[in-house]
Design a binder for this molecule. Sequence first.
Ligand code: SF4
Length: 370
Amino acid sequence: MGQVLFDYTRQDATGASRTAQAWARVPLATAPAERRAARARASALLKQHNAVLVAHYYVDGELQDLALETGGCVADSLEMARFGRDHAARTLVVAGVRFMGETSKILSPDKRVLMPDLEATCSLDLGCPPDEFARFCDAHRDRKVVVYANTSAAVKARADWMVTSSCALAIVQHLKDQGQKILWAPDRHLGRYIRDETGADMLLWNGECIVHDEFKALELELLKREHPGAPVLVHPESPAGVVALADVVGSTSQLIKAVVDGTASTYIVATDNGILHRMRQLAPGKTLLEAPTAGRSATCKSCAHCPWMAMNAMQGVIDCLEHGRGEIRVPEPTRSQALGCIDRMLAFVAANPASIAQPRRGFVPGLGSA
Ligand code: SF4
């Protein structure tokens, strides 16, 4: 198994940022016969342990297929947590990154939540350390604290609201209408997009997703010219110049829906390319083009695939079930404090379905997340 290094932005309590480095393990490729055997073993273990596999759209296609063929789900982070909470299984195997396992545990405290690799993380989570974030919040107590789903349980515990990429606009607009000023963390691109759309007074944390940050507007414009009829689908963690070229801006679930419901035959997709597996299954016959990043000659993170999502391997599913490894624990009172901001979002969405359903500048409505 190889190890690769990545740069990401890490902010501190004073608002200063620096470039930090993180690592990810890249699982080795295995032979087809070995993969078939591992998949059969994982399937048997899920049954034996009364467990359900809950996978994100960005993980390996074989894990996504295993989840669906064994009665689990493939979804965005919020739907993953809700599926796990509502499923009868007592053990959830969450294939994704750590904050997803934590959100599942926050919503399902009585279930055992396992992950194939506990060290699969996210640059947004890493770039927003809970102690620095708490001090930053303390320094701006006049602001409502709104955090994106891609944060640790400890950061959520300090927040007033959690939002996902689809309900963020409606919730920030609601807070603005109440005369509230906002402290937003951690994704600066999504924060800037929401601030531009709503005109809210938002103080932005300086974090980024190392995958979406790499999409390039200039190259995307050139690709658009080559495919003039192809709608451009963009996740709002992308830079402003890329979002400006989008026909549709939305969460992973909403980008998939745009392809499935759309009448065009070709689409340009600016999000982690792990999503293409599910898009192709649900919209066979449509052509999906990856939006350009810096290119493979630049850095490994330019390949539009999350290195931490890639750490989820079939062997990890086997190991966590066989040996009980990779269990997520969220201690009290952090868990119940973090639950508060998630519940507030869920209640808002339930009470305001019309506001969520109002498209703005191509932002696709609906409840979803990274
Ligand atoms: S794709 Fe980006 S936002 Fe998603 S887990 Fe990876 S680093 Fe985090």
